[in-house]
Design a protein around this ligand. Structure first.
Ligand code: 5GP
Length: 178
């Protein structure tokens, strides 16, 4: 079993690059078909999606734009404490078909908040495209149109995803050794 160490934890090989790229191609083919005749704006959510977004875009053959956004959380003075805002959104989404590109949807709360913010810009439509989904953890109904792979509830790293900032720079995806 191939294992790697990231900081103080061990991870074992879970999804090899070859399998990831096959799924990325499958999803890109669907997008090319579904969005034929349209000019979508891809919004890739940083940091985790940067590798997935790059591989996905190489397979998309539509006239399109890509922009990178980030969800920033900080302690505020409202009742719930946490304030979360989307930063880096510098494309006018009005009447545009939008595809949000995420690395992983876990509880789905991050994505739900992102959609709420984006809808205020009056896009023509919004679809979600995620590399990974943990169906066992999902807490909200997101109607995810494009999903490369469904995985169990374990913590994973690699292919853009990190553990405490490290481990993003592997070709394959690894799962935490318990
Ligand atoms: P959610 O709001 O859906 O619970 O969380 C989504 C975010 O949590 C992802 O964008 C990602 O940053 C982080 N996340 C959730 N599960 C994992 C995981 O297994 N590994 C890593 N590296 N990040 C995860």
């Amino acid at each position: 079993m191939q294992t790697i160490n990231v900081k103080d934890k061990s991870f074992s090989l879970f999804i090899p690059e070859k399998e990831i790229l096959k799924e990325v191609k499958r999803i890109a083919t669907q997008i090319n078909r579904d969005y034929a005749g349209k000019e979508p704006v891809f919004l890739a959510v940083l940091n985790g999606s940067f590798v997935f977004a790059a591989d996905l875009m190489k397979e998309v053959n539509l006239p399109c734009e890509i922009s990178f956004v980030k969800m920033a959380s900080y302690q505020g003075v409202n009742t719930t404490g946490q304030i979360r805002e989307v930063i880096g959104l510098n494309v006018d989404l009005t009447d545009r078909p939008v595809i949000v590109v995420e690395d992983i949807v876990d509880t789905g709360l991050t994505m739900a908040h992102m959609l709420e913010v984006l809808k205020k810009q009056n896009p023509a439509s919004i679809d979600i495209c995620t590399l990974l989904l943990k169906p066992g953890k999902l807490q909200v109904d997101l109607n995810i149109r494009y999903c490369c792979l469904e995985i169990p509830n374990d913590f994973i790293v690699g292919y853009g995803l990190d553990y405490d900032g490290y481990g993003r720079n592997t070709r394959d995806i690894y799962t935490l050794v318990k």
